[in-house]
Design a protein around this ligand. Structure first.
Ligand SMILES: [Ca+2]
Ligand SMILES: [Ca+2]
Length: 432
């Protein structure tokens, strides 16, 4: 399709609030980074589309591209990136391979596992008390989704829990330090373990599979990888050694609450794709997905938009995601309140960066504005596919990984590239 041939460079998440003049951007620490790189900025207040010319790509050092982006959108849609036949073929290949549940219901082992964790009650309190006011507000508890053991927590479900374990005797909706001290954490774990959970109660309600795209793969799979290479303008070896294509099916009632495709990177964080060659033991691991390219494989009868709840916000504040009992991350309830919603259209690709630039031509910090989710499918089925481009924020680890991959591909007979699929990606991304 012609749209894919121009290798558009999309503004990094295009998030600096195009509605504000450049001077405003400059005042915001986060945005001036982008401005410094732009050679020309034409902000259209009237037209639905605007044009942007960018000087350089953070990673590849490739020069400008011209692209049209919806004026009030935070990310770029590329219509007809895939043909109808390609979409159908991907769905067909995924069905042949078979799909698995993206998230399974919590097991009974939860209670046991939680009791193994040795963390003092005071530490838990301090961890949760984001604003350090000595009280746990509802949203402070909600933000820690892991407390829910895979179950999506809502203001209602937290209140139910408080009632069940008598956590909030004065009934004011916040837990004081005194109330928290009285609380038996085991009661909380027991309560969580006893809850009957449905798929729709989970963070994610979908099925998925992975399709190999490396050398020797189906020609359409290869063609798509090449197209993504031209779209992102990233070095071929980076794209080639990235994750296989993930194909996701959401049935009616399916959703994926808002999340980040990759995690924050600290010095002690390892990337899933480079950890084997880096041969370091690291306490944290994340997928290091620098770029997400999402494809819509069908037209959805009802719902199923991709929502970016805070795409156009001026500043990011984790706690502002939840206000007055409205959790903007909740894609079953609050998609209509998100800043940007992209409607599924067969063949369209949506493209965004999950990390900022480090200012030196490499991957920098996580871009919180890339938060996104899959809205409730109200009617029909939704098929999408994800291409993630994995880059280690540690340049040297990425380089070593590429060297190892090249060495391996040269040395091993048989279908090249299998290592990437079978060893590096066996199941590790299910949680991410
Ligand atoms: Ca607090
Ligand atoms: Ca209270």
């Amino acid at each position: 399709p012609p749209a894919t041939e121009i290798a558009p460079r999309i503004q990094p998440a295009a998030l600096c609030g195009r509605r504000y003049p450049p001077t405003w951007h400059f005042l915001q620490g986060r945005c001036c980074l982008y401005l410094a790189r732009s050679q020309l900025f034409i902000d259209s207040w009237i037209f639905l589309y605007f044009l942007l010319i960018w000087s350089a790509l953070p990673l590849a050092g490739v020069s400008l591209a011209l692209v049209s982006v919806a004026a009030l959108a935070s990310t770029a849609e590329i219509p007809d990136f895939l043909t109808e036949e390609e979409c159908k073929l991907i769905v067909h290949l995924a069905q042949l391979k078979g799909l698995q549940k993206s998230q399974i219901l919590p097991t009974d082992d939860y209670e046991e596992a939680m009791e193994m964790i040795e963390i003092s009650q005071m530490d838990i309190f301090n961890l949760l008390d984001h604003n350090q006011d000595g009280q746990l507000q509802l949203k402070e508890v909600l933000t820690h989704t892991r407390l829910g053991n895979g179950r999506w927590m809502t203001p209602e479900s937290i209140r139910e829990m408080y009632t069940a374990v008598k956590a909030d005797p004065d009934g004011n909706g916040v837990l004081s330090l005194e109330e928290f001290k009285q609380l038996n954490i085991r009661d909380f774990h027991k309560y969580m373990g006893s809850q009957k959970v449905k798929m729709s109660d989970l963070v994610r309600n979908s099925q998925h599979t992975w399709l190999y795209q490396g050398e020797g793969a189906h020609q359409v799979m290869r063609a798509i990888r090449q197209r993504v290479m031209r779209l992102t303008r990233l070095p071929p070896e980076i794209v080639e050694h990235s994750e296989p294509l993930q194909v996701v099916r959401y049935d009616q009632g399916g959703h994926y609450h808002a999340h980040m495709d990759s995690g924050p990177v600290f010095p002690e964080t390892a990337c899933s794709h480079t950890k084997l060659v880096a041969n370091e033991s690291a306490p944290f691991e994340t997928s290091c997905r620098y770029v997400t390219v999402l494809f819509y494989l069908n037209n959805v009868t009802g719902g199923g938009e991709t929502v970016f709840p805070i795409a156009d916000n001026r500043t990011y504040e984790e706690m502002s995601l939840i206000q007055n009992d409205i959790d903007l991350r909740d894609t079953r309830k609050n998609c209509d309140k998100g800043n940007l919603r992209v409607k599924p259209q067969q063949g369209t690709a949506v493209f965004w960066y999950n990390y900022l630039s480090d200012g030196e031509g490499w991957v920098g910090e996580l871009d919180d504005f890339a938060l996104h989710g899959g809205c409730l499918v109200t009617q029909g089925t939704k098929w999408i596919a994800n291409n993630w481009i994995n880059v280690d924020p540690n340049r040297w680890r990425q380089l070593r990984f590429e060297q190892e991959m090249a060495r391996y591909a040269g040395a091993e007979p048989g279908p090249p590239g299998d290592w990437t699929v079978d060893k590096a990606y066996s199941g590790v991304h299910v949680e991410l």
